[in-house]
Design a protein around this ligand. Structure first.
Ligand code: PXL
Length: 279
């Protein structure tokens, strides 16, 4: 049976992050993706690509969830940008009503590690209603600093402390994404399983075309869990998946470049018109 996954997330109209990243990644994992859109993010080329985030009416988020869960429990759920407190409540309700497991909370508070906060009014509700249910949460450095209330995190030791504090909010596992931002000669993430820390190191990939990396990483973990892999295996595989996606990043426009979600599987070679019929 094909595994079914829902993402409750914002729409990144530019196609790299948000629910677009999630659905593309779910497909790459051979899983079936559903989406409940909570916000629409648009960018203005005339204003130096400045972002506008428009939340969706909460009733519409509820209606989408009703549609998605019409067939019963799904194999996994991921949350990204959450839109409104009402949408967070509706998300918690389906988690409870359908006794969902494999719950990945990507606490989208800060975009691309900048300190500009997105929908900060949602943080308290996310902490109260979603993090306690999480199989795993995947904050970046800024988000981990906010959720742990430790502020700026500038070392692996501080990332570990933050992961421990975030685990006290309820998630069973925490990955703090340091990536290249720690300024070390490796991209470093800290994984905490509630007892032990694992430092996940990757080579630094010299590119600016990495928009969507965070969403793609969390989506890949979600798909791994839906397929029945352990949390640790899901995280390790997601690292490899996103590293390939960053390596093959694509310049999308004068303002930014995106990860290529199909890189790990060389998806650009599919449907090449050379035969391979479906039987
Ligand atoms: O990467 C954070 C993020 C999450 N969700 C949506 C986004 C972004 C950043 O652009 O647009 C919808």
């Amino acid at each position: 049976m094909i595994k079914k996954i829902v993402t409750v997330a914002g729409s990144d109209s530019s196609g790299g992050a948000g629910l677009q990243a999630d659905l593309k990644t779910f497909q790459e994992y051979g899983t079936f993706g559903f989406s409940a859109v909570t916000s629409i993010v648009t960018m203005d080329p005339a204003e130096n690509w400045s972002h506008t985030v428009t939340p969706i009416a909460p009733e519409l988020v509820e209606k989408q969830l009703k549609t998605i869960f019409a067939g019963g429990k799904l194999d996994a759920i991921k949350t990204g940008m959450l839109g409104t407190v009402d949408a967070i409540e509706a998300t918690r309700k389906v988690i409870d009503d359908f006794q969902m497991d494999n719950i990945v909370i990507d606490p989208v508070i800060a975009c691309k590690g900048t300190s500009e906060l997105l929908q900060p009014e949602n943080v308290a509700a996310m902490k109260r209603l979603l993090l306690p249910k999480a199989t795993i949460t995947t904050p970046n450095l800024v988000e981990a600093g906010i959720l742990s209330e430790l502020g700026d995190l500038t070392s692996i030791e501080q990332m570990k402390q933050a992961a421990k504090k975030i685990a006290l909010l309820g998630p069973q596992h925490v990955v703090v994404k340091g990536g290249h931002r720690l300024g070390l000669d490796k991209a470093v993430d800290v994984y905490y399983d509630g007892q032990q820390f694992t430092i996940l190191e990757n080579e630094l990939i010299p590119t600016d075309y990495n928009h969507g990396a965070g969403c793609t990483f969390a989506a890949a973990i979600t798909a791994g869990l839906a397929k029945g892999y352990s949390v640790e295996k899901s995280v390790t595989l997601a690292k490899a998946f996103v590293a390939a996606a960053i390596k093959q990043g694509i310049k999308i426009n004068p303002y930014l470049g995106h990860v290529w979600h199909g890189a790990y599987n060389h998806a650009e070679n599919r449907m090449n018109g050379k035969g391979a019929t479906y039987e």
